[in-house]
Design a protein around this ligand. Sequence first.
Ligand code: F6P
Length: 539
Amino acid sequence: MSLKSINPTQTSAWKNLQHHFESIKDEHMVSWFNADSDRASKMNIKCEDFSLDFSKNRITPQTLKLLKDLAEEIQLDDAISKYFDGEKINKTEGRAVLHTALRAPEDAEVFYEGNNVIPEIYEVKNKIRQFSQEVIEGGRKGFTNKAFTDIVNIGIGGSDLGPAMVVDALSYYKNHLNVHFVSNVDGDHVNEVLKKLNPETTLFVIVSKTFTTQETLSNATTIKQWFLQHATQDDIAKQFVAVSTNIEKVKAFGIDPQNIFPMWDWVGGRFSLWSAVGLSISLAVGFEHFDALLKGAHKMDIHFKEEKFEQNIPMILAFLSIWYNNFFKAESEAIIPYTQYLNQFATYLQQAIMESNGKSIDRAGNKVNYQTGNLIWGEPGTNSQHAFFQLIHQGTKLIPADFIGFAQSLHGNQDHQDKLMSNFFAQTEALLNGKTKAEVLAEDTAEAIVPYKIFDGNKPTNTIFINQLTPESLGKLIAMYEHKIFVQGVVWNVFSYDQFGVELGKQLAGKILKEFSQDSLAQHDTSTANLIAMYKSMR
Ligand code: F6P
């Protein structure tokens, strides 16, 4: 059964929220903190070593009550059951959405079309475990009998961003293998990576759910040709493996069937790092750490499935985001991790969030007349403080931001950690309180400069505070955003798990590519025609 189609703006909760918004939109959060000394402890949720402080938001207890009413009216509970139970909630592609099953324990039962999928998931997990161990320990060797030193993940979108982000995020836990990622069809990308490689000691992992993606197949073909300059066709079996649902196409590419790690159509590309798509993660940090990542995600799954609204981290984050997007008309959200390890986190979330909820047709097939989707951007602190924080503090736009921080650093340099965390706390405090005219004047500021030094404050932030960046806590963090995406899609009444919006450009690129070697051009608008003609004369 598919998800119900309920227009959120037609619910009475939405109308009540609109009224409520009008009454509190100009209030300053500081007044709420002053009026209730327990506000911070009331608006705080813990999930083991993981906590969310959402008190620095432009909400009152009444806002939360109305958002909860909205959750009830759009029947969120029903949607959550369908999500976890393998219903085909990705209706436009006729698929279930079961990435949660990938991290379920071995004794769990998750049924899809009448079959328990857990045994096949564990079969592939065992294959990942064994393969990673052999490569890491050097038992599995290349065509000249040398142990592997380098791994290249060839994929794009969900077949690249998730593994690339996690491998980078967990670099503290890494072994001796150098892991590279080739994604862009830009030939300079693959060539720059090849420059660093020895064909005798490099293992290539081709990751493509469909095995039809132009970028991945072009890069895989270029790499295969490069490899064959040094080795024979038979050697491919020793150094190329693939992750895909499309077994026939993988075989046609020349990969040994033994070297195929299957995945399933009920795993969406952007939610696939928990499947064999995460093979390069397991190779980089070892299967035990990969498994801990999955265990962390499973803990967040349980939290999301079982906690009531007020205590549910992904749910609260999702509804806060709707509050800003649809009532305050905020245009974007920033993700600011205070760790350099999460350098690629916002980029990863851009696909997960924007490819999922960047939709404008509702589940009944009608154009929506309200905002969906979030523009996501961000960079680690403190670097971002010296880049775009000026606009968040004193610009005209409202930018709700998630601050993600860790109590303990990994290398244990306490001096640096204290400096980092003092900035982490200072920024959300500054965004909340701002700086008044009286405070500026008290600093002996020249009269003409005073207005420029005032900070309005009242800028919303969430503080996600975690003990330490470990595979497990990272798993929780990623799963938290996955569930936030799900909830938002349910409320906005869109289909979050298809991605037809990426198709049109692909189709046109295919046509234009052919025109580069033809004398005449097909019908284009004059701008595009001029640009193609210019390229043809310059290439
Ligand atoms: O960008 C569109 C998309 O289909 C993504 O959803 C997907 O993650 C990516 O392309 C790669 O697809 P594949 O794994 O099939 O190569």
